[in-house]
Design a protein around this ligand. Structure first.
Ligand code: GRF
Length: 218
């Protein structure tokens, strides 16, 4: 069983999806800590309700990014976290942080990277007339929304979509893609080869996984 730390800044719906998958035994891990940089982030209460230890490290109380990150790293280490999942954590990580957990930090992004990194990406997909968007779980490196891709799910952009409607459609896929990616990490089925992540899965296992992610379920 791996020990996972989850970082949030807000509502934490991806965090809850990860916690539920661990509770159901679908991901061989337990959550050692949910940490927020925002005091009162709604996700903290959801984690506490599920009996998960929580912590707040308010970034406003640090003078620099490195100082804040050093405090977060210390809390994660105290909790024994081996893998860190960013789940709506609205902070750029310093190189100090990335190097503290090399190839062990995951992020979920609500677009098909490398298209649309950054913020408001659902709106950008609509503005560009993209026919498909989706979500990406990737390993965090020192550039924002950039590291090796673990898994993606493709979601159609519908005529008349608003930022809200597209965000909600993508979010449903995020909630299945993130646990599936964390599972691969915990089962040590991910090998990082420069820019790419190679998955140690048979052709059949890979096809099954991708079909499950793509299942419209509606
Ligand atoms: C998600 O869309 C995630 O992809 C992005 O921030 C949002 C967080 O939502 N990084 P939640 O806090 O997990 O509900």
């Amino acid at each position: 069983m791996k020990r996972v730390g989850i970082l949030i800044s807000g509502r934490g719906s991806n965090m809850v999806a990860l916690l539920k998958a661990m509770e159901r035994g679908e991901v061989p891990a337990r959550c050692a800590l949910v940490l927020s940089n925002v005091p009162g982030a709604p996700g903290l209460a959801s984690a506490a309700e599920r009996g998960v230890p929580t912590a707040v490290v308010d970034h406003k109380l640090s003078a620099t990014r490195e100082e804040h990150d050093a405090k977060v790293i210390a809390r994660l280490r105290e909790a024994g976290a081996e893998i860190v999942c960013l789940a709506g954590y609205m902070r750029l990580l310093s190189p100090l942080f990335v190097r503290a957990f090399p190839d062990r930090i995951l992020n979920i992004h609500p677009a098909l990277l490398p298209a649309f990194p950054g913020l408001h990406v659902q709106r950008k997909a609509i503005e560009h007339g993209a026919r498909f968007s989706g979500c990406t779980v990737h390993i965090v490196d020192e550039e924002c929304d950039h590291g090796p891709i673990l898994l993606q799910a493709v979601v159609p952009v519908m005529p008349g979509d608003t930022e809200e409607s597209l965000s909600a459609r993508i979010l449903r896929y995020e909630h299945r893609t993130y646990p599936a990616a964390l599972r691969l990490m915990c089962e040590e089925k991910v090998v990082i080869e420069e820019r790419r992540a190679r998955l140690l899965l048979s052709c059949e296992e890979y096809t099954q996984l991708v079909s499950a992610l793509m299942d419209r379920g509606d």
